[in-house]
Design a protein around this ligand. Structure first.
Ligand SMILES: [Zn+2]
Length: 427
C-alpha cells in the first residue's frame, strides 16, 4: 500500500510539473525547498549523533555497574535510560505541583500577554458560556479598546475529547460591508483534572507548559489584524502554525515569571531555585536519543518522497539505503518504520512534512533568543516586532519574510541545539 501511495504521489507531483513529491509538497511551506529541509535535518543530525554516543556511554556504564554483561541494543535503551533518569533527574510530581496552581498560572499567562502586548483580560461572568466550568473574558488593549473574547475551558469532563487545542468561534477580519470590523472569539481547551471540592487545581509542569502553549495559539487568534478572514490568525502554513504557541512556552520557564507566579498554593513561597534547576536539567535528558530517532525518520521521509520515478519503489530497500547513508547509530532505532509510518501514509498532510516539528522548534528557540539578546524577556521593541510580524500578521505576509522582519535575519539552529543540550551552553 505504502508503495502504491508513493507511486501515486510521485505521479501527482509530476503532473503538476515538479520533479518529485517533496518538491511539490514543500512549494507551499515556509521551508520552501528540499535543500532547506535537508540542510536543517543534516545540521541537527551531526550534533544529535555525537550526543547520543555520550548518552550511550552513560547507559553502558550503568549496565556494567549493575554487573550485567550486555551490549546495549535498541530494545534495551529506554529501560536503562529510565534507570539513569530516575537516578539523576527524578522529579517528584508531588514536590512540583504545589507551585503550579491553575489560577496562578492563568494569571501568569495573562500577565505575560499584558507585558508583551498590552492586553488585559477582564472576567465577564455575565457572559454565559456553554458549560459552567468555562470562564469568559473580554480582551482589551490597555486604553480600553475592545480586542475580542476569550473562553478558557480548562477541565476534563466525560463529554469532552482529550488533549488540548485552540479554536475560533469567530475569526478576526475587516472586510465587512460598510467598513466595520469583526473581532475574534477564541477558545482554549485543556483537560486538567479539577481539584477536589474546596481544593485548588494543581498543575504538573507539563500541564503548565500546555496551558502556555495553547494560550500562544489563542494570542495568535486574538491579536490577528488582517483584512480577510481566510488569512486571519492561525490560518497559516503548516510549518509556521506552531511558532506562536511553542514560542509562548518559553515565558513559563523564565526565572522572572516563575518567581512571580509559581508560588506555593499554601505558603505563597516562590518555587525554590534548586527545583527550577532540576526541571531544566530533566528537559535535556536523553535528547540525543530522541533527536536521533526523530531526525532519522524525518530524513527517511524526505528521501522516499524525493524519488523521481514512480514505478517500482522498494520502500524497504529505500529506507535501508537512507539509513546506511546517514549512519544510524547502533542501538538507537527509529520512531517509525516506513510500512507503519502513519504520519506519512494515513493522509498526505505530513508527507515530506515530518520535519515540521523540528522546524518549529528552531523558530521558537531562535525567536525567544531575540529577547535574551535584548537582555529582557519583555523587551518592548522586540515584543512590538513580534506582535506586528508574527502574532497579528496571520497569513498576510510571506512567512519567511515575516520572520526576518521580526528577527532581523533568518533563523539559526543554534538556540534550539542549546535548548536540547545538543551543544554546550554558552558561558
Ligand atoms: Zn500547538
Amino acid at each position: 500500500m505504502a508503495r502504491e501511495i508513493l507511486a501515486l504521489r510521485t505521479e501527482q507531483a509530476r503532473a503538476h510539473g515538479y520533479a518529485c513529491y517533496a518538491d511539490y509538497a514543500l512549494a507551499d511551506t515556509m521551508a520552501g525547498t528540499r535543500g532547506a529541509v535537508n540542510g536543517l535535518l543534516e545540521q541537527v543530525w551531526t550534533r544529535a549523533v555525537s550526543r547520543v554516543e555520550q548518552e550511550r556511554e552513560a547507559l553502558q556504564a550503568l549496565v556494567l555497574s549493575r554487573g550485567e554483561a550486555l551490549t546495549l541494543e535498541a530494545w534495551d535503551w529506554r529501560y536503562y535510560a529510565e534507570k539513569v533518569r530516575a537516578l539523576r533527574y527524578d522529579l517528584d510530581e508531588a514536590q512540583v505541583k504545589p507551585y503550579f496552581p491553575l489560577d496562578r498560572m492563568v494569571e501568569a499567562v495573562f500577565d505575560c500577554a499584558r507585558q508583551l502586548f498590552g492586553l488585559e483580560f477582564l472576567a465577564r461572568p455575565d457572559l454565559k458560556a456553554y458549560h459552567p466550568d468555562v470562564k469568559v473574558y473580554e480582551v482589551r488593549q490597555l486604553d480600553g479598546t475592545h480586542v475580542g473574547v476569550f473562553l478558557h475551558d480548562n477541565f476534563a469532563r466525560p463529554s469532552k475529547r482529550s488533549g488540548a487545542w485552540m479554536s475560533n468561534y469567530r475569526q478576526q477580519s475587516r472586510n465587512v460591508a460598510g467598513g466595520g470590523a469583526i473581532s475574534p472569539i477564541v477558545v482554549n481547551n485543556n483537560n486538567f483534572a479539577k481539584g477536589a471540592p474546596g481544593e485548588p487545581t494543581l498543575l504538573s509542569f507539563d500541564d503548565a507548559r500546555t496551558l502556555f502553549h495553547e494560550f500562544g495559539h489563542g494570542l495568535h487568534g486574538l491579536l490577528s489584524s488582517v483584512t480577510y478572514e481566510r488569512l486571519s490568525g492561525t490560518n497559516v502554513l503548516r510549518d509556521f502554525v506552531e511558532l506562536p504557541s511553542q514560542l509562548f512556552e518559553h515565558w513559563l520557564t523564565e526565572p522572572a515569571v516563575l518567581k512571580k507566579h509559581a508560588r506555593h498554593h499554601v505558603t505563597g513561597e516562590p518555587i525554590p531555585d534548586a527545583l527550577v534547576a532540576k526541571l531544566h536539567a530533566a528537559r535535556k535528558f536523553n535528547q540525543g536519543y530522541e533527536t536521533v530517532r526523530y531526525t532519522a525518520s524525518a530524513l527517511v521521509d524526505m528521501a522516499v518522497h524525493s524519488v523521481a520515478e514512480p514505478a517500482g519503489v522498494d520502500i524497504v530497500a529505500a529506507e535501508a539505503a537512507e539509513l546506511r547513508r546517514i549512519g544510524l547509530p547502533h542501538g538507537v532505532g527509529l520512531n517509525h518504520r516506513l510500512p507503519h509510518f502513519q504520519h506519512l501514509f494515513s493522509g498526505s498532510s505530513y508527507a515530506a512534512g515530518y520535519y515540521v516539528y523540528l522546524w518549529a522548534e528552531v523558530l521558537d528557540a531562535d525567536g525567544f533568543d531575540a529577547f535574551a539578546e535584548a537582555g529582557d524577556p519583555f523587551d518592548p521593541a522586540v515584543a512590538l516586532r513580534l506582535q506586528q510580524f508574527i502574532y497579528s500578521a496571520g497569513d498576510s505576509l510571506e512567512p519567511r519574510a515575516a520572520y526576518r522582519a521580526f528577527r532581523g535575519r533568518e533563523a539559526t539552529v543554534d538556540p534550539m541545539l542549546r535548548k536540547k543540550g545538543l551543544v554546550p551552553d554558552a558561558a
